[in-house]
Design a protein around this ligand. Sequence first.
Ligand code: ZN
Length: 383
Amino acid sequence: MLMSKKLIVILLDGVGADLFEQYRHRLPHLQQLARQGTLVQRLGADANANSMPARAGILTGVDATRHGVYANDLWDGQRFRPAAAGDLQAPTLARYARAQGKRVASIGFGLVSEEDCDWFLSPWWQDGCLRAKSLNSPDIHSLTGNNESLTRVAANDHRLLQQAWKILDEKRPDLLLLELNSPDYCQHVLGNDRELVAWSLELVDAQLGCLLTRLRDSDLDSQYNLAIISDHGHQQVETALVVEHIIPEVSTHCDGGLLFVKHDDATDMVGIGEKLAVFGVRALDNRSYLPTEKCDRLSVFVAPPHTSFEPAAKHGGSQPTAKPRYISTHGMGPDQPGDDRIAIFAGPDVRPARLARADSLSVMPLLVRLMGLFDVCEEPQTC
Ligand SMILES: [Zn+2]
């Protein structure tokens, strides 16, 4: 049966299945939602368990060979550059919803296009949240720390939540997309301090609790279902491979445990593979990662356990290995349980259930169903 309720989608960046299991007893609001609704204990990772490919999977329900966002950075013919909404080759939940007359708000959610929203705020890493549509003074950056700091990320989460609540309270959109990033960044830079990692989870749990209370107090809780979905897990890293010092003068993109390499021909590729193999790096079969018709000169490699790829810009000296700048990361290659994440669905149309495991691409069809969207079609122009 099709549902017809409104939907709030909150992406919790970097909340792995194992991490949630370890600390859920300290997260009263997520616990309660998990108990009242459906908890997916292990939501399988996308082929590339990094932030942009995972968002693309959640939003489109298809894999990278079809949505095209195979990595956080994409090869544009000249260089690797950050993936953006315009790179998606498949329609998103926001586009489907809007095409069926729903009103859509995206508050800092990566890869959602402004064109598909009634209210829009760009993600904090893109244009510094300066692009906003139909929002009065989003004022996102008045609480800033250093360029890369936990304070900045936590302050952004706080501001995004305030903005999201304002939209919910005043406009009551049919679909609201929001993301909270503190746990991911905290693990990247402080992942070996488990109490701080637990704090970052408690922080987003408390922020969520605040939103839930406001929904309840305004009688909006009966109108909205909730989907809380993480994009990937995290694994601690002991060694970083400094790519430019192993294969100099090659265009590369470091994506956690994955390395994307641009090469000129097969001979070139053999040489690159041999140099990387010295450090235990192995080539991956590209088919599940890359839309091959667009990427015939790209190859994917995976780092050995407890190892990641980092660019030389993050490190002094010329050594091929270094202490990692991100001491915990993700995108560790195929079938790595550490990349698995959680999802929780709750609200008036969600029955209590616990699923031990679900496939990465099963999320989007469920969101479509919760919104009561019909005949989700393949081509955006025909929607
Ligand atoms: Zn992420």
